[in-house]
Design a protein around this ligand. Structure first.
Ligand code: ATP
Length: 231
């Protein structure tokens, strides 16, 4: 399977760049945690990868294919899935119906239920009746039902308590074990670093740390310095 490679990516919004000259690679089977202060540009970076916003400079490749000027739909067809911040379930549909929007077959939906018994138990409930954590589980499963090669997840913990969020993390780990490359934007920095192999810290639109997630987890000083804009 191919990797997704970002080079020299720059995104301009309003007065100036909110992402400047960012580069990294997402490899199949691995989780990369993307963390940084509020307003650092994390959402904008995800949006430029999935094609929600254009890149002012730089490139986005999958393998040798240059997707930089391709539409969001084309990128999705190449396997880029983007769970946007605050993405909701279809409350009037059951859990199964929500999954069937992206799982092409009932067999695929059943595979996801086998992976996530908590959802299986609620398969015929209207999604609106689920708890916030369960709804986010549906959002994750729905995105993963189509077997994306690359999954960009923007703050799935929004509005959830850390203890609820920790129940979602095994799903993300399992998606990676199935071969997906995952970019995980998260406010609960330590929880995200705990499940990731790689880490990126972005501060004021620039990468201030790129490397091992475990190293960052073990060195609060390095994390602090990266949040403040690097050394
Ligand atoms: N639609 C927009 N138009 C103009 N500026 C924007 C727009 N969206 C975001 N910005 C600006 O871009 C910068 C980066 O925002 P972005 O949402 O990408 O950061 P973030 O790291 O995801 O922040 P947070 O952690 O608070 O969600 C901010 O200064 C923000 O004000």
């Amino acid at each position: 399977m191919n990797a997704l490679r970002v080079t020299g990516l720059t995104v301009t919004r309003g007065a100036g760049p909110v992402i400047s000259d960012v580069g990294f690679t997402l490899e199949p089977g691995h989780i990369t945690a993307l963390v940084g202060p509020n307003g650092a540009g994390k959402t904008s970076l995800l949006e430029a990868i999935s094609g929600v916003v254009p890149a002012a400079a730089g490139t986005v490749h999958i393998g040798t294919e240059d997707l930089t000027r391709q539409s969001r739909v084309t990128r999705a067809r190449r396997g880029v899935a983007h769970i946007e911040q605050g993405r909701a379930v279809f409350g009037g549909l059951t859990v199964l119906e929500n999954l069937m929007l992206t799982a092409r077959t009932r067999a695929r939906a059943d595979e996801l239920f086998a992976l996530f018994p908590e959802l299986a138990k609620r398969r015929d409930s209207p999604a609106a009746l689920l708890s916030g954590g369960e709804q986010q589980m549906v959002v994750l499963a729905r995105a993963f039902a189509a077997r994306p090669a690359f999954l960009l997840i923007d703050e799935m913990s929004l509005g959830l308590a850390p203890v609820v969020f920790t129940r979602l993390l095994p799903m993300v780990t399992r998606f990676a074990e199935e071969g997906a490359a995952i970019l995980l934007v998260e406010q609960f920095t330590h929880l995200a670093l705990g499940v990731a192999r790689d880490a990126l810290v972005v501060s004021s639109g620039r990468v201030t740390y790129s490397g091992d997630a475990a190293t960052l987890l073990d060195s609060p000083e390095t994390l602090h310095t990266a949040y403040l804009g690097g050394s």
